[in-house]
Write a protein that binds this ligand. Structure first.
Ligand code: NAD
Length: 358
């Protein structure tokens, strides 16, 4: 099987490619524009498999998408390319509208044209798998969980753009018959995550003994999923998911943001104690909350468990320890990103809002 993965140089996309190349004999074509969030060093072992190709291209480029599909003749598409950081979507929504909505439309249309040209079993077996987020469902209060048919109620420009793309994917299935499947997952964490996100930012700020920013009171709750578990779940959804179906993927690991930061501090106290013996907890600094910050996300992952047999294998504390150890042991990966791309500055206060869709 040949799988075309969009966004394969990003955090989750690279985990998917590493998983597919290691656990199966499938071939992968990675289509990525290489934005600030991409890093091909996350895929250093891929070339050696002889089952990997890379195409640098923008999913908004219709001619490029059509040409790549014709050249590689994939059996399936896993669509992960997106602008993914909520705070950046608050400062500059244009890139999110462009890539997440217009890019998904462009890719869907190219995939439809390609699929219509396929014959027999190759056409029947073809899948367009759209990878989305639980943020499309909006905020929960203290109780309840998202199920697959929870009404969409996105809050941020990021989640609104992902909700739009989910609707487009379902429309292409219902209107044109394109065999699509959608998955919506909770917050991922693990190795190779760009250091703007909460967990790597906290680890690297602990390491540098810099303040650990916690938004508001730190009481917002997320359901954390180890990225390698997510990659395994996505492979199942692609190969065994039902056409027109969607699957929620969660980690059964709800934690407040403050609890996550405190757990990282405790791990850092053990794995890399501060000179002088103070706890990393002393670095915690409460900062202005994110505008429109959803209070809580929680996934009911019963459908993917019952239908596809997936349950996460990595518990949160073990996964977090692996993640902290990975960042401590892989400075060569993150140092260039911190020095050249993102130095830890606060994003998402809407102070530098750009409006144009480019
Ligand atoms: P990421 O930001 O780490 O990577 C995104 C990748 O997409 C990058 O390699 C980037 O270069 C590429 N890309 C961006 N715009 C592109 C374009 N126009 N054309 C081609 N490539 C482009 O994101 P991630 O965290 O790996 O997320 C992957 C997907 O999973 C996204 O669709 C995201 O919405 C979804 N998701 C992420 C999480 C999470 O916790 N990270 C949770 C749920 C869903």
């Amino acid at each position: 099987m040949k799988i075309l993965v969009t966004g394969g140089a990003g955090f989750i996309g690279s985990a998917v490619i590493r998983h597919v190349l290691a656990a199966t004999d499938h071939t992968v074509v990675n289509v990525d524009k290489l934005t600030y969030a991409a890093d091909l060093r996350s895929l250093e072992q891929a070339d050696a498999t002889g089952r990997y190709a890379f195409e640098q291209a923008d999913i908004c480029d219709a001619a490029a998408m059509q040409a790549i599909l014709q050249r590689h003749q994939p059996d399936a598409i896993m669509h992960l390319a997106a602008e993914s950081h909520v705070d950046r979507s608050i400062d500059g929504p244009g890139d999110f509208i462009r890539t997440n909505i217009l890019g998904t439309y462009t890719l869907l249309d190219a995939a439809l044209g390609y699929w219509r040209g396929l014959a027999g079993t190759k056409a029947e077996a073809f899948r367009f798998h759209h990878i989305s987020t639980d943020e499309v469902f909006g905020a929960l209060g203290d109780t309840g969980q998202f199920v697959e048919d929870t009404p969409y109620d996105p809050s941020s420009p990021y989640s609104a753009s992902k909700a739009s793309s989910d609707h487009l994917v379902r429309a292409w299935q219902r209107t044109y018959g394109l065999p699509t499947v959608v998955s919506n997952c909770s917050n991922n964490y693990g190795p190779y995550q760009f250091p703007e996100k909460l967990i790597p930012l906290t680890i690297l700020n602990c390491r540098a003994e810099k303040p650990l920013p916690v938004y508001g009171t730190g009481s917002n709750v997320r359901d954390w999923l180890f990225v390698e578990d997510h990659a395994a779940a996505l492979a199942l959804v692609l190969t065994r998911g039902g056409v027109g179906q969607s699957y929620n993927i969660g980690g059964n690991s709800e934690r407040t943001n403050l609890a996550v930061v405190e757990t990282i501090c405790a791990l850092m106290d053990r794995l890399r104690p501060r000179a002088g013996g103070a706890s990393h907890r002393d670095l915690i600094t409460f900062v202005t909350d994110r505008p429109g910050h959803d209070f809580r996300y929680a996934i009911d992952a019963g459908k993917i468990r019952d239908a596809l047999g997936f349950t996460p294998s990595v518990d949160f504390e073990a996964g977090l320890e692996r993640t902290v150890a990975w960042y401590l042991g892989n400075e060569a990966w993150w140092r260039p990103l911190v020095d050249r791309q993102y130095g830890g500055e606060r994003l998402g206060l809407a102070g530098a809002r750009k409006t144009a869709v480019r």
